[in-house]
Design a protein around this ligand. Sequence first.
Ligand SMILES: NC(=O)c1ccc[n+]([C@@H]2O[C@H](COP(=O)([O-])OP(=O)(O)OC[C@H]3O[C@@H](n4cnc5c(N)ncnc54)[C@H](OP(=O)(O)O)[C@@H]3O)[C@@H](O)[C@H]2O)c1
Length: 336
Amino acid sequence: MKCYELQGPGGIDALALVDKPVPRPGAGEVLVRLTAASLNYRDLLTVRGGYGSRQKFPLVPSSDGAGVVEAVGEGVAFVPGDRVIGSFFESWTGGEPSEAKMRAALGGAVDGTLSEYRIFPAQALVRTPAHLTDIEAATLPCAGVTAWSAVIKLGGIRPGQTVLTQGTGGVSIFALQIARMAGACVIATSSSETKIARLISLGADVTLNYKTTPDWGKKAREITGQGVDLVVEVGGVGTLNESIRATKIGGTIAFIGVLAGAPASELRLPLMVMQQQRLQGVTVGSVDDLQALANALALHQVKPVVDRVFPFAEARDAFHYMASGAHLGKVAIAIG
Ligand SMILES: NC(=O)c1ccc[n+]([C@@H]2O[C@H](COP(=O)([O-])OP(=O)(O)OC[C@H]3O[C@@H](n4cnc5c(N)ncnc54)[C@H](OP(=O)(O)O)[C@@H]3O)[C@@H](O)[C@H]2O)c1
């Protein structure tokens, strides 16, 4: 089988396409013929120079994959031909997170999905909803589940509440779709007028250009009167001040990403204290969360937004495209 390997922190063009034997599933395991993978900003950080101390070399990158069951070991409920999606964490099947449950993240501590075949523990697989293609299904494990955790599981968003999303990357577009499914209003930001037109077609109630409106947080507060219930914070320290301004008293900032850097010393933390806001860290989610997201998408017949699909042979170009920031939603790779 062919797979991509990161043999050291050498950058996108150092990704090596290598040949390996197809593994055989043991008891409780499933051999999946992967037909699709998708990229996340984290994968870019990984290939560019290391992502956390748990990253191993050589490493098959990418946490997200979907495909078809090829063979199963003993004691597995799946059968060959089943369409499945792999979870970001193999051991976090449900419940509260713990260090043990979060140890094995695909494309980080263990090999990921840029591979023609991969063994999964059966407990880490979810059946692909019938209305999704494998490419669409492969966008769920990281960005989709993170957005689900931020908006529903930890954000507790209810109909009529307001969610603010930042930019048009994978997590934010999923957050917009999930918030709309939950009956919430969405204020969505972007740096691009072309992308803003897409945000409106995807259901954003209000859009703000964060480049031409640098005080977008203040604006969001003015528009809502009291502030938003939840900010899906993908920018990090560089956007947090405006997020604090945008958030209502008692509201939540779901802290997810690090796309915008800025000195931490300039943070408006006293304002956050005075407004009794909640800063909620989010780390993807469990297999149960992936299942809940798949169920919700199936119920509402909502499809993930896939910007562009690259052939497996051009996986490095997919990384370069992701790095350009031109995409809206997800960048995917068709395998095989
Ligand atoms: N904690 C977790 O569990 C978790 C899980 C997934 C991802 N993440 C993190 O979440 C972040 C987003 O990941 P992703 O995969 O969705 O990224 P992505 O698809 O690469 O998102 C790129 C988009 O983010 C927007 N953006 C960039 N800088 C921005 C800024 N200063 N303010 C607002 N928007 C900005 C841009 O949108 P426009 O072009 O529209 O301006 C850009 O196109 C990353 O930092 C990633 O590491 C964390």
